[in-house]
Ligand binder design. Structure first.
Ligand SMILES: [Mg+2]
Length: 404
């Protein structure tokens, strides 16, 4: 899939590191300021590792403070989202009492920022019209705009402009009218060639109104060229690939978070964005014939445990290292990243499965302070630690770091 190529196409730094790795292969070198550049870094999940029910987990703040003091790069890598990175790190900084920058966090939707410029001018979505679904109000639209998307529409905009699109959401119009904006072009049922055209669909965060979002996304997936109010004539043509479905210039569909369930205040897990995707897949299959007829729903899913998210996180670590250490960072390859997480299915599976283009190896550390409750985990980590503090100590020792 071309979009998968995209995630790999931002490899300038990676290639630089691959070549430097051939030349220099020792643990660390001394910078002009005598500060060693570590050949390792950390990625921390947040919920169940650093915070639990929004409260700091003992040892978490001290561990991050130690890494900061030692100049060891780290990132927070979460499947959460719905707010801009700046806003999210400000909250976490305050809870942990550690200064953090927006570049210190990768949220589920952070990699979408790379699609603003795309891999070339023709693939750039900056000036295209994109649909952003999910999240409270239009917070995610505003996040997308901060990433650089210039033309962002929400399902609420479509509903308020044309309530007949989904009549059952009219009960929620008091909510929608607080943030809906006029459409950049109308839904023109008389002249569909002039109707609102959507070029990409992003599920940024968990949809709040599954029914409206499902209806609008289905409309676009079945449309011709992503124009609202149209229906592609190619749909169902068995001589075409995928029986003609998604073969007529429909928008690409992106999901930011695969989690089927997540832990909230209720004692039992709650359905996550993965639940919404499964529901949409079910409707897609019922409408098109689905896998029974060899028809798939073409989409890109990012977020832990998937490769594109780890690739993005690694690029972010490289960028941060370069900013912190300057050119000496180019001569010390990033050889190892310790992923500290509480969820075997996402954190550990993702780290274990990740294949780095720069040849780094991701070592997974499973902690006992979150969803993992003991026994043999579904994905076996490099080590199991009681908490993040012990995990960090184990990692520092593994990398022969003197502070351990
Ligand atoms: Mg977690």
């Amino acid at each position: 899939m071309r979009s998968q190529t995209l995630w790999r196409s931002f490899g300038l730094l990676q290639r630089q590191y691959i070549s430097s790795r051939r030349i220099i292969n020792h643990r660390a070198i001394q910078t002009a300021s005598s500060r060693p550049v570590p050949n390792f870094a950390f990625a921390f999940d947040i919920d169940g590792v650093l915070l639990r029910a929004s409260k700091p987990i003992p040892g978490a703040a001290d561990s991050l403070a130690l890494l900061k003091e030692q100049g060891i790069p780290f990132l927070l890598l979460t499947n959460g989202g719905g707010k801009h990175e700046t806003e999210r790190v400000a909250e976490i900084s305050e809870k942990l009492g550690i200064p953090l920058d927006a570049t210190d966090i990768v949220q589920s939707h952070s990699p979408f920022a790379e699609l603003v410029k795309g891999w070339d001018e023709s693939s750039a979505l900056e000036h295209k019209c994109v649909l952003v679904a999910g999240g409270d109000g239009d917070n995610c639209r505003r996040v997308a705009e901060q990433y650089g998307f210039k033309n962002v529409v929400t399902p609420a905009d479509i509903l308020m402009a044309n309530p007949a699109v989904w009549p059952f959401s009219k009960n929620f119009s008091d909510y929608y009218k607080t943030f809906a904006r006029p459409l950049p072009s109308p839904i023109d049922l008389n002249d569909p060639s002039k109707s609102l055209k959507i070029d990409a669909v992003f599920v940024f965060n968990d949809p709040r109104d599954w029914a409206l979002d499902t209806q609008v996304i289905m409309d676009l997936l079945l449309s011709s060229q992503g124009r609202m109010g149209t229906l592609s004539e190619k749909n169902g043509q068995i001589d075409l690939p995928n029986h003609g479905y998604q073969q007529d210039g429909q928008p690409r569909l992106y999901f930011s978070n695969p989690d089927l369930w997540w832990a909230a205040a209720y004692p039992l897990p709650r359905l996550g964005q993965g639940g919404f995707r499964e529901a949409l897949e079910g409707i897609w299959a019922a409408t098109t014939g689905g896998p029974r007829k060899g028809i798939e729903l073409k989409k890109t899913v990012i977020g832990k445990p998937y490769q594109p998210t780890y690739e993005f996180a690694e690029r972010q670590l490289l960028r941060n290292r370069l900013r912190t250490f300057g050119s000496p960072a180019e001569h010390t390859p990033l050889e190892r990243v310790y992923m500290v997480g509480d969820n075997p299915e996402s954190d550990i599976r993702g780290a274990n499965s990740y294949r780095s283009e720069i040849g780094s190896s991701w070592h997974s550390i499973l902690v006992r302070t979150g969803v993992y409750s003991g026994g043999e985990p579904a994905w076996i980590p490099h080590t199991i630690a009681d908490n993040v503090h012990k995990g960090v100590q184990w990692a520092l020792k593994s990398s022969n770091w003197p502070a351990a």
